[in-house]
Design a protein. Structure first.
Ligand SMILES: [Zn+2]
Length: 377
């Protein structure tokens, strides 16, 4: 059991923190765009700050009356009038949970919220923690600054080993974890610069490899893993294929790493099968399940998300049942302009999983206990 400090007072929000005008799509679209936080529109100007929902109702009104203990409202059931959205739940459905994968401004891609806004929304829902991820810069320092600005939420960061950080560069990892505050806890192997990613996307003939032609982990990757093991950092497999991820997990265990996560294991760029997930779990790795996968597919409102298959929640729930909740962590991979905020996305994922029969206890395991141990244990 992991004990965490309680978060700030819950203020139900039902509207996004800000409205955004979309800019035209980047003209350099790859032949086969791959989704995740790395693929989408340019930064755009923010134009309108929306108002918060009013806090509560007039005393004495029917809506003001608090439900008795054990009523459906307290357990999160929908009690809204048919055809309308339900009232704000009295208890945040994502209270105490951790989002292992968020993207915020400033960034090289359009983001719906900045670091402080993302953290504020998470704190307002009484979440325990969020992990900031950038494909091109450190986030360990940004986690320190956002913690200074926003109370009631833990924020962690790290480094993604793309070309911007020198690829598989152990020095980047060494300086990342030394950042003041000690909030830099995560090392992602290459994402949009990964060999697997660029070959699938057709954006370059080759990218950063972690495994050679014979299936051996490259020395540079082992050098990174040695630092991760010594400093007990979380190793995220990035955009390696499912097969490559298994090889990397094996090498990570050999190096002494005991905190390993397969980045959005279900997304098509990784494409882990259930059998591969079982193998990864047997090796001690956890698989990340991300809310963004519910929003992709041909019907997606955002053009750049139509090129990747949707990850059906039914399939995710089946995976959890088959492999075991103790082998997963929850994240969103959200923060892009035009998408739900990470806090909204996590709430959406949790509600959808519960509707598919995943229990609240399993949500706590995947959304709190397992990620909490990885980040703070
Ligand atoms: Zn990704």
């Amino acid at each position: 059991m992991i004990l965490f400090a309680s978060a700030a007072t819950y203020v139900p929000w039902t509207s996004a923190a800000c409205a955004i005008i979309l800019s035209p799509m980047d003209k350099t679209i790859s032949p086969r765009p791959l989704f995740c936080g790395c693929c989408q529109v340019r930064s755009v100007p923010r134009v309108v700050l929306a108002a918060r929902r009013p806090r509560g109702h007039a005393p004495g009104s029917r809506a003001h009356a608090r439900p008795a203990a054990g009523t459906p409202r307290e357990t999160g059931a929908t009690t809204g009038v048919r055809g309308y959205s339900p009232p704000p739940p009295p208890v945040s459905p994502i209270r105490g949970l951790i989002d292992f994968h968020t993207h915020a401004a400033p960034d090289v891609f359009g983001r719906a919220v900045d670091d402080d806004e993302l953290a504020s929304l998470a704190a307002a829902r009484q979440m325990e923690a969020v992990v900031f991820k950038s494909h091109v810069t450190l986030t360990a320092d940004r986690a320190w600054l956002a913690r200074k600005h926003v109370a009631g939420i833990k924020i962690f960061g790290g480094v993604v080993l793309n070309h911007a950080m020198g690829g598989l560069n152990p020095h980047a990892v060494e300086w990342m974890w030394r950042m003041q505050g000690g909030h830099g806890r995560v090392v992602w192997f290459p994402t949009f610069d990964a060999d697997n990613h660029v070959r699938r996307a057709g954006t370059a003939p080759a990218g950063i490899r972690v495994v050679d032609e014979r299936g051996e982990v490259l020395p540079a990757a082992r050098a990174v893993l040695e630092v991760c093991a010594r400093e007990r950092l979380v190793v995220h497999t990035g955009h390696a294929s499912g097969e490559e991820a298994l090889v990397l997990i094996g090498a990570a265990r050999e190096a002494g790493c005991d905190r390993i996560v397969v980045t959005h294991a279900q997304f098509d760029v990784v494409g882990m099968t259930e059998a591969q997930m079982r193998k990864a779990a047997a090796l001690g790795a956890r698989m990340e399940l991300c809310a963004l996968g519910m929003l992709t597919g041909p019907e997606a409102p955002l053009e750049w998300m139509r090129h990747s298959a949707r990850v059906p929640v039914k399939a995710t729930a089946a995976c959890i049942r088959a492999v075991g909740a103790q082998h997963f962590v929850l994240g969103t991979d959200l923060g892009q302009t035009g998408n739900p905020t990470p806090a909204d996305g996590l709430q959406m994922l949790v509600a959808a999983l519960q509707a598919e029969g995943v229990t609240r206890e399993q949500i706590q395991t995947m959304g709190r206990e397992v990620p909490g141990a990885l980040l703070m244990g």
